[in-house]
Write a protein that binds this ligand. Structure first.
Ligand SMILES: C[S@@+](CC[C@H](N)C(=O)[O-])C[C@H]1O[C@@H](n2cnc3c(N)ncnc32)[C@H](O)[C@@H]1O
Length: 337
């Protein structure tokens, strides 16, 4: 059997302690074994954009026999909600700082969710920003594969155009049926609900019942082992060549290499700061070029930041390798990305 060299081996997934409320989503096994994360098997509900977490905590305390996962992109909100769970002794909630479009695909296996709640999503009111809205056809179709048949997406909003948009997208998705239902009172008591209510705005509530039996299951992006890398012969020059920002198209997105810097105190290690975007997923990455053995260099994706090894992340390693070949004059002997 081929041994994977330690400098390119992928770290194993992280198994969180049973009482951890905040989970590092990129480091977990994908999909997550939620019964292990909660230490029991129970109905699993997801909330997207939980904000300060008051609805999440209240619902979790009211339903002790169910488990709740919250996704949120704002670090301040995550911190606030995490403190709330600790303060209120909420044990059946796990919070993750992650964008829902990607995390729903990565973290949940087929049919494991009972419901998805989206309270007061960012409305993105301008037409040209419509593609930022969460409740679009791709999300309905993805959610349909993660929800158990008959599972629901529940939407509360103050923004009538967003609600109309979501209703139309649900219909276009071919997997959702609109169901008229009165909102549970606590939905209109979130931080944002109270804010809009105080301003006299009407509030809307929609339930979509999903059936994804005919939607193919798009599995999580698999962890790659070894990490993408290339081997080159030669040495990094001591006088750094001029570096100009690189923008390279990648499969469905771009690689942008912003800057290159020599590691402090080392002549034999350079770091490249890179952004890759592909659809809903944007990642900040570090690609490193460093001496491996006498006369040999390795270029590889750093595990710092727990990157998802997507096609564009691989293309980032390729972009740096090509630059070292073309602009620094090193010779590539192996490309493994
Ligand atoms: C208007 S606030 C509503 C917060 C809370 N649900 C409430 O009702 O008070 C929308 C929240 O969604 C979060 N959010 C926006 N896009 C997101 C995404 N793609 N995934 C997860 N959370 C997101 C924002 O950071 C923000 O906290």
């Amino acid at each position: 059997m081929n041994q994977i060299a330690p400098d390119v081996a992928t770290p194993p997934p992280y198994a969180p302690p049973a009482d951890a409320v905040l989970l590092p989503w990129r480091r977990l096994a994908h999909p997550v074994e939620w019964s292990a994360a909660f230490g029991r098997r129970a109905p699993l509900h997801l909330e997207v954009g939980f904000g300060d977490g008051r609805f999440t905590a209240r619902r979790a305390l009211a339903e002790p026999d169910a488990d709740f996962v919250g996704l949120e992109v704002s670090g301040t909100s995550v911190l606030r909600a995490w403190r709330r769970m600790r303060r209120d002794g909420v044990r059946n909630v796990r919070l993750l700082k992650a964008p829902a479009e990607v995390a729903v695909r990565q973290l949940f296996g087929p049919g494991v969710l009972a419901s998805i709640t989206v309270n007061f999503p960012d409305p993105w009111p301008k037409d040209r920003h419509e593609h930022h809205r969460l409740l679009r056809v791709p999300f309905f179709r993805l959610a349909a594969t993660r929800l158990a048949p008959g599972g629901e997406i529940r939407l509360a909003s103050d923004h009538e155009p967003y609600v109309a948009f979501a209703v139309a997208e649900a219909e276009r998705s071919g997997v959702a049926r609109r169901e008229r239902r009165a909102p549970p009172p606590e939905v209109f008591e979130t931080k944002y609900a109270l804010k809009w209510r105080d301003q006299g705005k009407p509030l809307y509530y929609e339930v979509f019942v999903l059936d994804g039996t005919d939607v193919p299951y798009d599995p999580p992006i698999a962890r790659s082992d070894p990490m993408p890398h290339a081997l080159l012969t030669g040495a990094l020059p001591t006088d750094a060549p001029v570096f100009e920002k690189l923008v390279v198209p990648a499969d469905g997105g771009h690689v942008v290499v912003h800057e290159a810097a020599r590691a402090l105190g080392r002549d034999d290690r350079w770091l490249f700061r890179v952004t890759v975007d592909e659809g809903d997923l944007i990642q900040q990455l570090l690609v490193v070029a460093q001496r491996r053995t006498e006369g040999e260099l390795i270029v590889r994706l750093e595990s710092f930041g727990d990157p998802l090894v997507t096609p564009a992340a691989r293309a980032a390693v390729a972009a740096v390798t090509d630059w070292l070949e073309g602009s620094v004059g090193l010779r590539v002997t192996a490309r493994n990305y």
